[in-house]
Design a protein around this ligand. Structure first.
Ligand code: FAD
Ligand code: NA7
Length: 504
């Protein structure tokens, strides 16, 4: 008779303090740490926010909740309300002739919401027995980090595995006055005074979104664009977003870069002067304003992690961590997720899902990898732009320019007809000719974010043009335009905005 095996789990003494240390308590880090703890791992999270040059700092939760998606969407909504107030008059509402907006009240409400989120994150970590350290972590070796808290106290911690989820921070140009007098998206959502006349530098989605809501809230806005709008996005849609912003009264300075910022007069807001140079002609211009906001790109926070010493490969050009499809770095027990990894989309839901799937693989006997393809996103400009899959340019490059056709149309939301709003919205499906598959979905319209989410599922499931055609529309909505797109770009047919909620 074979000996009876003792099946009781024997806790081996732990070799390290933790099974998992997560560096960075943002979207990705919190998701990964909570999932790992759910799966029985002993987990710690380190999160520390270095103040901006003007001293702005914030609580647990990372970029999205504190200085990104959340305050941005709330301010975008605040700005849209002004449009709704104007529209209301066309619908018979009698509203005051001159509405005013109090910046401080909006900031207070937004910050209150953020504060409650910060508190909620701490509670949920505690409930899941994840140890939270408000300290800045740096690697000592592949199993050890040194953590320094805000009082300068240092302590080392060891772990079997690490996930680096340190995100990115905004760039400043190397010009006089940049850090002394300008701000970035890290400052705007908690700015203690109304920003006044603002020059936003950059043409990224962050720039257009910030410029858009500031104008909507009543400030004079100029956007300084070095080259194109929304690099990486479908350029036809990007231009339509820009055209609508121009109609809203936002000024665009195309082909200019800033060269110097000086303070004319201190104050809240101060009086500033920004000097700029035309990139082609060399022409110099000066603009007086109250706020300069840089949105000229973001850099991954890898510089002081000591990664070179422990052998974690970083792309020197982007400062991003190079990882495998399983988000493993060049050091086997060190993983990275979210904005800090090379070549992937910088979006909150991507960071969260990647974090959860990674924790499942590390502690839950799963092999499921993150799918970075067909991730939908939306630019929350005054007229929103939602997309999923390839831009027209990318699709032509990837699948061959003769293997792509575009089905598109202009449309006027039914609601705009009554309020006699000028302009038009735009819908576009990028279609692969050989198999009729839709590889790009693009919409420039109100609530594009809400429209895009559902259609992204269709792209994920490999929908073909005939599937869109067979789909019944919901009438009268804007989204129904996608069930009746029959003009191809190759036909050269002129687009004329049709009404009644999307082309009926
Ligand atoms: P983060 O959320 O940035 O978290 C990283 C954390 O690590 C931070 O708290 C940081 O302080 C901390 N940290 C860094 N180094 C260390 C260290 N050595 N030790 C301890 N802690 C450290 N995404 C969307 O999906 N939708 C949107 O609408 C959207 N809007 C945005 C608007 C703006 C203005 C910005 C800036 C971003 C926006 N994003 C949006 C992007 C989104 O915020 C990021 O993709 C997301 O936050 C990335 O999550 P993460 O976990 O990689 O990093
Ligand atoms: P992006 O998307 O990297 O865009 C940076 C923008 O700033 C872009 O329009 C650049 O123009 C412009 N830029 C860059 N440097 C300068 C200088 N020195 N002067 C003027 N304009 C400049 O940045 P974001 O911060 O919005 O986003 C970072 C990522 O976060 C982004 O990929 C999202 O997915 C999330 P260019 O087109 O290069 O001429």
């Amino acid at each position: 008779m074979p000996p009876v095996e003792n099946t009781a789990v024997v806790e081996e003494p732990r070799k390290y303090d933790y099974d998992l240390i997560v560096v960075g308590g943002g979207s990705g880090g919190l998701a990964a740490s909570k999932r790992a703890a759910d799966l029985g791992a002993k987990v710690a999270v380190f999160d520390f926010v270095k103040p901006t040059p003007i001293g702005t700092t914030w609580g647990l939760g990372g970029t999205c909740v504190n200085v990104g998606c959340v305050p941005k969407k709330l301010m975008h909504h605040g700005a849209l309300l002004k449009q709704h107030i104007n529209d209301a008059k066309s619908y018979g509402w009698k509203v005051g002739e001159k509405e005013t907006h109090v910046w401080g009240e909006l900031v207070e409400k937004v910050q209150n919401h953020i504060g409650s989120q910060n508190f909620g994150f701490r509670v949920s970590l505690r409930e899941k027995s994840v140890q939270y350290h408000n300290a800045y972590a740096t690697f000592v070796d592949q199993h050890t980090v040194n953590a320094v808290d805000k009082r300068g106290r240092e302590k080392t911690y060891t772990s079997e595995n690490f996930i680096i989820a340190v995100g990115m921070r905004p760039n400043y140009p190397d010009i006089p006055g940049a850090k002394e007098y300008a701000i970035t998206s890290d400052d705007i959502f908690s700015l203690g005074y109304a920003p006044g006349k603002t020059v936003v530098v950059g043409a990224s989605y962050i720039s257009l979104e910030c410029g858009g809501f500031l104008k909507g809230l009543g400030f004079d806005v100029t956007i300084m664009v070095r080259s194109i709008l929304l690099r990486g996005f479908d350029q036809e849609c990007a231009e339509r977003v820009g055209d609508y912003m121009k109609e809203e009264g936002i000024e665009f300075m195309r082909g200019f870069v800033p060269t110097k910022i000086t303070q004319i007069e201190p104050g809240t807001p101060p009086k500033l002067k920004i000097e700029a140079k035309n990139t082609k002609t060399g022409e110099m211009v000066e603009i007086e304003c109250n706020t300069v906001l840089f949105a000229i790109g973001r850099t991954a926070c890898t510089e002081s992690l000591n990664l070179e010493k422990i052998g974690v490969q970083v792309n020197p050009k982007t400062a991003k961590i190079v990882v495998s499809e399983a988000e493993q770095s060049s050091v086997e027990n060190i993983y990275a997720i979210g904005d800090v990894i090379e070549g992937k989309l910088e979006l909150t839901p991507v960071a969260i899902q990647a974090g959860q799937l990674l924790a499942n693989r590390l502690f839950g006997n799963s092999a499921t990898l993150m799918d970075y393809v067909n991730v939908p996103t939306t630019v929350f400009t005054p007229l929103e732009y939602g997309c999923c899959g390839y831009s027209e340019e990318e699709a032509r490059e990837k699948f061959g320019k003769d293997n792509i056709d575009v089905f598109h149309n202009l449309f006027q939301p039914l609601e705009w007809v009554v309020s006699e709003k000028p302009g038009a919205c735009y819908a576009k499906l990028v279609c692969k000719i050989d198999d009729n598959r839709i590889v790009g979905y693009h919409v420039v319209a109100p609530n594009a974010g809400e429209m895009t989410q559902g259609f992204a599922l269709a792209l994920r499931l490999g929908a073909k043009k005939e599937d869109f055609d067979a789909l019944n529309g919901i009438h009268p909505t804007n989204a129904e335009v996608f069930t009746m797109l029959d003009i191809t770009k190759s036909s050269g047919k002129e687009l004329v905005a049709s009404g009644c909620g999307g082309g009926a």
